[in-house]
Design a protein around this ligand. Structure first.
Ligand code: MN
Length: 724
């Protein structure tokens, strides 16, 4: 084709696209709104002028195609305009402000939201981190306005449709990302139509050969199957018609990607899959659905255990339908789905159906409420999640929902994601129950809290008034609700611990000055709070406990007449202090340093780590000099004589590199009542192996005893304790 003809061809395509968009829009928008969309198109075409897609067509064809997808879902006018303009901020000099002035703030915000989604922080390193950060952004955007995500999904769909001549490697990467992120999101939002399109396109991009072979096989089988399908369809129609019900029956072709997955997962042969016939029956009312089911079960024999009632118990993404498998006329299994037209629209468009059928009964608003609730949970989770990777881990459970139904002792059904534990269940029942649970019975048997739930279990939670959530639980729980509740509680608990430690520290300082916290007058406290601009005394104590404020400074200020005086501390002030007694069981505000692993009996020193509390080091810790520069104000500390517990410490051991050496070592250590927490091989050659072993001990005496025993072993060449 000549360049002129090429240009003409592309111009015609562009005209066709905008024509198609307008026709689709005229199906549900009024003329003024359509005019606005055309105005957005003219502006966008102008802004993108001179830019081309890889295929050679004008860039504006891409956003218009995205808008068409959304118009087919009946997206509102602002959403359509945003779709047409979605790449303008990113790829042209047009600013958000200009969009707001020219169109509306709503449109400008939407375009800005889509633009922000595609920008990834340069800080994020690995592919996994990038992906996680991407998803996190998407959900933040979604929380603000769901339309942003709908534009993004339609954008991705068109990009997948136009992958074209990209290098296979790049195609595969984009397809992988689509399968990992975009298709599950579409699924979670109940948009099965867009999800299937994304999956099919990704499958084709990732495995072009498998796709081609499978596609051919499907086409071939289609001819052979047609007669059987028509036959069964006719029988079902006649029988339902005889009972006076109105319904539509249609043979259902399976999605190519789901066929492929079935072949992979269930290891079934293609022939076995084609042996399965699938039908859908669409009814007017819910009542008709159940009556049709009765008729079908009367016509063909149902396979026991294969009936699923998603009408009474909708899936987490809002999907509703009756599923059953029956034995058909040729002895072949037939899958049948029965649903109302309304449910079908919901299943196809999901969350987008909110715009689609706004005026309908309250079903769509119920659906919207469910989606909103899910989003609210996600936002809560993203606030408490440590980082993007953790967030995405949690999210995966929600994106690939496979529910399990369990019962409360009263017989109520609770729906919970597969893989959820008793703790998740407890929080699903009520936050207070989760916070106070200590153990549980499943079907009358006592079981540990981390037990995973399975369908049909009756779960009874045992609570205790003194119980509280444990940080370890975070390793077991899978649901958003449990995770964020535990985190919130731990945060609160840390605050309580910090206040009590702050009180101890302040009181200790006052005692040096021969005073006591109880004898300090309220007015002095109030004056100091005002000077420091701290709202309450507890806030001040918390600040001290967390290491944000030095206790001796506060003590001095409390006891001075002129508390505005600027106090400077020198070493002399410090030497007057009595040491703080450490038990090692204080909780989250006192931590034992991981570099030198101090244990009871060691000489120890400590410093305030602002915001985190007190960190205790061995007095010979090699990191000390480094830390000392950062923390000029050390705190004198001493082990309490009754410090008890299992304290981790680290040994560097050189042993002969021979078979069974580590096993002998481990046996000797456990003989001494100690646990090995970690083993790292630092270096080794044919003769010698150097290991770092983290083990728990009661105190210095216990450690010395273990080290003596180890030295006695003929395989051990050298042992040293690691102090930083
Ligand atoms: Mn785009």
């Amino acid at each position: 084709m000549s360049i002129v003809a090429d240009n003409l061809h592309h111009k015609r395509l562009q005209d066709e696209l905008i024509e198609r968009l307008c026709v689709t829009l005229s199906g549900y928008l009024d003329q003024a709104q359509i005019d606005d969309c055309v105005r957005a198109y003219e502006f966008g075409a102008d802004a993108h002028i001179g830019q081309f897609r890889k295929s050679g067509e004008a860039y504006i064809c891409h956003p218009v195609s995205v808008a068409i997808t959304l118009a087919e879902m009946r997206m509102d006018a602002s959403g359509i305009m945003a779709a047409i303009l979605h790449d303008v901020i990113e790829d042209t000099p047009v600013s958000k402000k200009e969009l707001a002035n020219r169109f509306s703030l709503e449109v400008a915000e939407l375009v800005d939201g889509v633009t922000k989604l595609s920008k990834i922080d340069a800080k994020t390193q690995t592919q996994a981190e990038k992906q996680a950060e991407n998803v996190r952004k998407m959900f933040l955007a979604m929380g603000k306005d769901l339309r942003v995500i709908l534009v993004k999904l339609a954008d991705r769909l068109h990009n997948m449709q136009t992958l074209g001549v990209m290098p296979p490697e790049k195609k595969r990467r984009i397809a992988r990302e689509t399968l990992d992120i975009y298709a599950p999101i579409a699924n979670r939002l109940g948009m099965s139509k867009i999800r299937h399109k994304l999956e099919t396109l990704s499958f084709e991009a990732m495995y072009p050969m498998r796709y081609a072979v499978l596609m051919q096989a499907i086409k071939k089988s289609h001819g052979n199957r047609k007669k059987v399908i028509d036959n069964i369809e006719g029988m079902i129609k006649t029988r339902i018609g005889q009972s006076g019900l109105e319904c539509v029956v249609s043979g259902r072709e399976k999605n190519i990607y789901s066929i492929y997955k079935k072949m992979l997962v269930k290891k079934v042969h293609l022939a076995a899959i084609f042996d399965l016939y699938a039908f859908r029956i669409f009814c007017e009312t819910v009542d008709d659905c159940y009556r049709s089911l009765g008729i079908i079960h009367n016509l063909y024999k149902p396979i026991p255990g294969r009936f699923k009632d998603y009408i009474a118990l909708p899936k987490a993404n809002g999907y509703q339908s009756l599923h059953t498998i029956v034995i058909g006329p040729y002895g072949k299994p037939i899958e049948i789905q029965i649903r109302t037209h309304e449910m079908h629209r919901m299943a196809e468009s999901g969350i987008a159906a909110h715009w689609l059928y706004k005026s309908d009964d309250d079903k769509s608003s119920k659906f919207q409420a469910r989606a909103n609730e899910w989003l609210k949970d996600l936002l809560e989770m993203q606030k408490t999640a440590g980082d993007s990777l953790e967030f995405i881990d949690n999210l995966k459970v929600d994106l690939f929902p496979q529910e399990v139904f369990v019962f409360t002792p009263k017989g109520d059904i609770i729906k919970i994601p597969r893989g959820a534990t008793i703790i998740d269940f407890a929080y699903a029942v009520h936050t207070d129950i989760g916070n106070a649970c200590v153990s549980a019975r499943i079907d009358q048997q006592l079981v540990p809290l981390q037990t995973k739930l399975e369908n049909g279990m009756t779960v009874e939670i045992i609570t205790a008034p003194w119980a509280r959530p444990n940080a370890v639980w975070l390793n077991y729980v899978t649901t958003v609700k449990a995770r964020s509740s535990i985190r919130t509680h731990l945060k609160h608990f840390k605050q309580q611990e910090a206040i009590s430690l702050g009180r101890r520290l302040l009181d200790k300082e006052l005692q040096i000055l021969h005073l006591h916290l109880d004898t300090i007058e309220e007015v002095q406290i109030q004056t100091l709070l005002k000077v420091l601009a701290v709202p309450t005394f507890n806030d001040l104590l918390e600040d001290i406990g967390l290491g944000n404020k030095m206790p001796f400074l506060i003590a001095k200020r409390l006891t001075q007449d002129d508390i505005n005086a600027n106090i400077k501390l020198d070493d002399q002030d410090k030497s007057q202090q009595a040491p703080l007694i450490i038990k090692g069981t204080e909780g989250m505000v006192i931590t034992l340093a991981k570099c030198c692993h101090p244990i009871p009996g060691d000489s120890i020193i400590a410093y305030f780590n602002p915001g985190k509390g007190i960190v205790v080091h061995h007095h010979e810790c090699r990191n000390r000099s480094v830390v000392r520069k950062k923390h000029p104000n050390w705190l004198d500390v001493e082990w309490s004589p009754d410090a008890a517990g299992d304290f981790p410490t680290e040994l560097r051991i050189e042993i002969l590199n021979q078979r069974g050496a580590l096993a002998t070592l481990a046996a000797t250590i456990s003989d001494q009542g100690s646990n090995i927490e970690n083993v790292t091989v630092v270096e080794q050659d044919e003769r010698v192996c150097v290991d770092l072993i983290t083990l728990t001990v009661k105190d210095r005496v216990h450690l010395a005893q273990i080290m003596r025993r180890l030295k006695d072993l003929p395989i051990v060449l050298k042992i040293t304790r690691v102090k930083g």
